[in-house]
Design a protein around this ligand. Structure first.
Ligand code: IMP
Ligand code: MG
Length: 189
């Protein structure tokens, strides 16, 4: 990476400005706080590394309910391999006592739906009391499995976006907004 690298030169347009992200996190935090108020179980935000870290950090500070934090790192094999629909777990929970937990999976973006579909099944198979999903962004036109998040910040068209946690080759995660990456960045021209 060149020391002169300027991320903003690679952004074609800003899709979700930081003011809108602020509104989204306020709205979702209100919904979640309302839905889980007086919940007798322990609410856990399961933060999926790395992309959902900025979203989760903003969201959790607006919640009015007590939550615990857990982290997992997972990736989907995608549709092209014969293990399509399987997920690879790079970092797992180190607790097995999920039966008293109401888990809310926090994700940056839903694309094909494989990752959250399988992760939700996995946690239910491990006997979590409940499992819901909360995503900042959703690209419903890309879906390969029938999956609908419980909480969704914003539906976006089928464009490759970066920023606010989302990366291209590990870059751009620290941008304070979500932008469409200039296709010249990945076509190499
Ligand atoms: P899927 O829903 O299993 O296809 O996978 C969702 C994951 O794909 C997300 O957690 C991201 O890591 C990645 N992803 C999908 N679309 C984008 C995008 O536009 N920008 C950056 N990452 C993306
Ligand atoms: Mg991801």
């Amino acid at each position: 990476m060149s020391p002169l690298f300027n991320a903003e030169d690679s952004i074609q347009k800003i899709l979700v400005p930081k003011e809108e992200i602020e509104e989204i996190t306020s709205r979702l935090a209100e919904q979640i706080s309302r839905d889980y108020a007086d919940d007798p179980y322990q609410v856990v935000l399961l933060i999926i590394l790395k992309g959902s870290v900025p979203f989760a950090a903003d969201l959790m500070r607006k919640l009015t309910i007590p939550v615990q934090l857990e982290f997992m790192k997972v990736s989907s094999y995608g549709a092209s391999t014969k293990s399509s629909g399987e997920i690879k777990i790079h970092l797992d929970l180190n607790r097995n006592d999920l039966q008293d937990l109401d888990i809310i999976i926090i994700e940056d973006i839903i694309d094909t739906g494989h990752t959250l579909n399988r992760l939700t099944q996995l946690l239910k198979n491990r006997n979590a009391h409940s499992v819901r999903t909360c995503t900042l962004l959703d690209k419903p036109s890309r879906r390969e499995v029938d999956f609908t998040p419980d909480y969704c910040g914003k539906q976006i068209p089928d464009e490759f976006v970066v920023g606010f946690g989302l990366d291209y080759n590990e870059e751009y995660r620290s941008l304070p907004y979500v932008g469409v990456l200039d296709p010249r960045v990945y076509s190499g021209s």
